[in-house]
Design a protein around this ligand. Structure first.
Ligand code: VGL
Ligand code: ZN
Length: 212
C-alpha cells in the first residue's frame, strides 16, 4: 500500500466544536472515526487548533450590546460574533479525546491575536497576515492539501479556498467535515469551493484507492 502524497489537514476538531461544546457543530464528533482511518493513508498529517486569548474580539462577550452571530465591523472588515470558545489552556480548546491522527507532523495554532480572528489555516481574517502554513508546505515541497474537520462552512471553507489561491491543489473530503449551516451557509460554501477550484471527494474513494 502506497501512501497518498500530500498533507492531510485536520481543521479544529476541538471539544468546543463538538457536541456539548461552546460552539458545537451538529454531529461534529462524527468526523472523528473517518479522520482517524484516513490518517493512516497519508504521507503527511497536520492538525489546526483554534486558540483564542480571553477577551478575543470575535467573542460576543467583548462587545456589550451586540448579539450572538451578529456581524460587527472590525479594523479589517465585518466579523461574526461567536460565543467564547477555544480559549487558550481551557478544556474546550483541547482536541477531542477520540481524535487519533497518526504520525501528525504539525500542530498549527490560529486566532491567537486578540484583535484578529483567523478562520483560514493560511491567513488571518484581515486576509493578509500569514500563519506560516504556505511557507511550511513550500519548504517541504508538498503541493497538495486535503482538508477535513470543522466547520465546513467556516474554517474548512476559508482554508480550502486559500490553499487553491496560493497555488496548491486543494481537496476537501466531504464526509470527514461537518458544517454549522447558518441560513444556507453550508450549500453556499460548497458552491464557493466548486467555483474556487477546490476538489470534493469522499473518504471511501481514497480508502479504496489506497487499499487497491
Ligand atoms: C470556527 C468560528 C469561529 C471554525 C472557528 O473552526 O470553523 N468557526 N472560530
Ligand atoms: Zn474561533
Amino acid at each position: 500500500m502506497s501512501l497518498i502524497p500530500g498533507l492531510l489537514t485536520v481543521i479544529d476538531v476541538q471539544n468546543d466544536f463538538c457536541p456539548g461544546g461552546a460552539l458545537a457543530v451538529p454531529c461534529g464528533d462524527c468526523v472523528i472515526p473517518v479522520i482517524n482511518d484516513l490518517s493512516a493513508l497519508f504521507a503527511h498529517t497536520a492538525l489546526t487548533q483554534d486558540w483564542h486569548p480571553q477577551g478575543h474580539l470575535s467573542f460576543v462577550s467583548s462587545h456589550p450590546g451586540k448579539n450572538l452571530f451578529e456581524a460587527v465591523s472590525l479594523s479589517y472588515g465585518p466579523q461574526l460574533l461567536w460565543p467564547d470558545h477555544c480559549v487558550q489552556g481551557t478544556p474546550g480548546a483541547e482536541f477531542h479525546e477520540g481524535l487519533k491522527v497518526q504520525h501528525c507532523e504539525l500542530i498549527l495554532r490560529k486566532g491567537f491575536r486578540r484583535e484578529i480572528d483567523s478562520y483560514s489555516a493560511f491567513f488571518e481574517n484581515d486576509r493578509k497576515t500569514p500563519t506560516g502554513l504556505a511557507g511550511y508546505l513550500r519548504e517541504r515541497k508538498i503541493d497538495t492539501v486535503y482538508f477535513t474537520g470543522l466547520a465546513t462552512d467556516f474554517c474548512v471553507l476559508y482554508s480550502a479556498l486559500d490553499a487553491r489561491r496560493l497555488g496548491f491543489t486543494s481537496i476537501v473530503i466531504e464526509d470527514a467535515c461537518r458544517g454549522m449551516d447558518f441560513q444556507g451557509s453550508l450549500a453556499a460554501a460548497w458552491k464557493q469551493m466548486a467555483e474556487g477550484g477546490v476538489t470534493r471527494v469522499r473518504s471511501a474513494e481514497l480508502l479504496a484507492k489506497a487499499g487497491g
